[in-house]
Design a binder for this molecule. Structure first.
Ligand code: PLP
Length: 379
């Protein structure tokens, strides 16, 4: 089966990891600092903190933003559940806002009415790698003194108004899972320009321990202090070496994705049973994590059958994402089906088709052929 996403590994990646395996430090060595510096440099941000996965990155960002029990954060529901789960761990409550029916990103015009005295943060998701309208979100955050935590797990390499994603929001979160733009196996990062957030993040991800800025007097150079309750969310040197090597290719990976997207768009341009993904503009350039088509209304009831048929024929179609609020756990928390009509309609229409650097043109042609053949069966 042609999967919907896949990592790209070459010999340089393998050599980079081998180098660490032969060295003295498998974790907590020099590769961590190096990866953080290069990532910050790439994004045009002051600081990067790398962690064990994107979910840990989200959790750490919520901690840095000071979210606690009784607080609320505003987000959307077409995402991986980790976006709001990580806030729930802090005791904060996700307040879901409906999405834009074209992009799948949070509808920025609906945010303000959900802001109240409990709101602490806005957590927009760059769905499929396409940046949200960050200027509007920033304006609201300034007006109501909120922190913006951008879930850019899908958007490393995306550009917003000439700036790389990772340099714009108060805190930006990336994932390095194998299907994402670059991979470290599991892995993630938080980017920020704010030194205060940076210092909290560095402590939180290693048990709340620090070797500087002591509260008590230091009795010797063996000394360290635990100053807050933290986790072990560290990324290993093995993974950071892989990350450094992968990061060299990030723009090339995104270019390959963009190239495949235009081939899909060209192949589907006369297929009037689907809506194609919203295209890039001068201001908004997606990292193209996913290629998501939306079935028109007359095919919606056949969506599951179409996906099943695609998979039997060797096309690893997938659905991104089941809305968070519709999962049993969130239903039990009291979120109601029907409360986000645009999100729920969007969910019923979407299908993700294979997209990753290394997808061969003949494989893509096969996907196109099968998709057209199979959808025709249901018209
Ligand atoms: C992948 C992803 C995550 C989770 O990242 P992990 O590295 O798998 O923990 C969170 N949010 C979004 C939008 C994602 O795509």
């Amino acid at each position: 089966m042609i999967p919907y996403g896949h990592q790209s590994m070459d010999n340089d990646d393998i050599q980079a990891v081998m180098g660490v395996l032969k060295s003295d430090f498998l974790t907590q060595g020099s590769k961590v600092d190096e990866f953080e510096k290069k990532l910050a440099e790439y994004c045009g941000s002051k600081y990067a903190v790398v962690v064990s996965n994107g979910t840990a990155a989200l959790h750490s960002a919520y901690v840095a933003a000071g979210l606690k029990s009784g607080d609320e954060f505003i987000t959307s529901s077409i995402t991986f559940p980790a976006t709001s789960n990580a806030g729930l761990w802090q005791g904060a409550k996700p307040v879901f806002v409906d999405i834009d029916s074209e992009t799948g990103n949070i509808n920025v015009d609906l945010i303000e009415e959900k802001i109240n005295e409990k709101t602490r943060a806005i957590v927009p998701i760059d769905y499929t790698g396409r940046p949200v309208d960050l200027v509007k979100i920033e304006q609201l955050a300034d007006k109501y003194n909120l922190t913006v935590i951008e879930d850019a797990c899908q958007a490393l390499g995306a550009v917003y108004k000439g700036k790389k994603i990772g340099s714009v929001s108060d805190l930006t979160v990336f994932s390095f899972h194998p299907v994402k733009t670059i991979t470290t196996g599991e892995g993630g990062a938080i980017l920020t320009n704010n030194e205060k957030y940076y210092k909290i993040l560095k402590k939180f991800i290693t048990h709340g321990i620090t070797k500087e800025d002591f509260i008590y007097e230091s009795p010797g150079d063996w000394y360290f202090e635990m100053q807050m309750l933290g986790m072990n969310y560290r990324l290993t040197d093995l993974q950071c070496a892989l990350g450094i090597s992968q990061l060299k290719k990030v723009d090339n990976f995104v270019d390959q994705r963009r190239e495949l997207v235009s081939r899909y768009n060209e192949a589907f341009k006369n297929l009037d049973i689907i809506d194609l993904p919203v295209e890039d503009t001068d201001e908004v350039q997606s990292a193209w994590h996913l290629y998501v088509v939306r079935l028109k209304e007359n095919l919606v009831s056949h969506r599951s059958s179409i996906v099943r048929r695609l998979r039997t024929e060797g096309v690893g179609a997938q659905i991104h994402h089941i809305p968070t609020h519709l999962h049993p756990y969130y239903q039990q928390l009291g979120y109601k089906k029907g409360c986000l009509p645009v999100t729920e309609n969007f969910y019923e229409r979407i299908i993700s088709l294979p997209l990753y650097p290394g997808l061969k043109e003949n494989q893509q042609d096969f996907v196109v052929k099968k998709f057209i053949e199979i959808t025709k069966e249901f018209i």
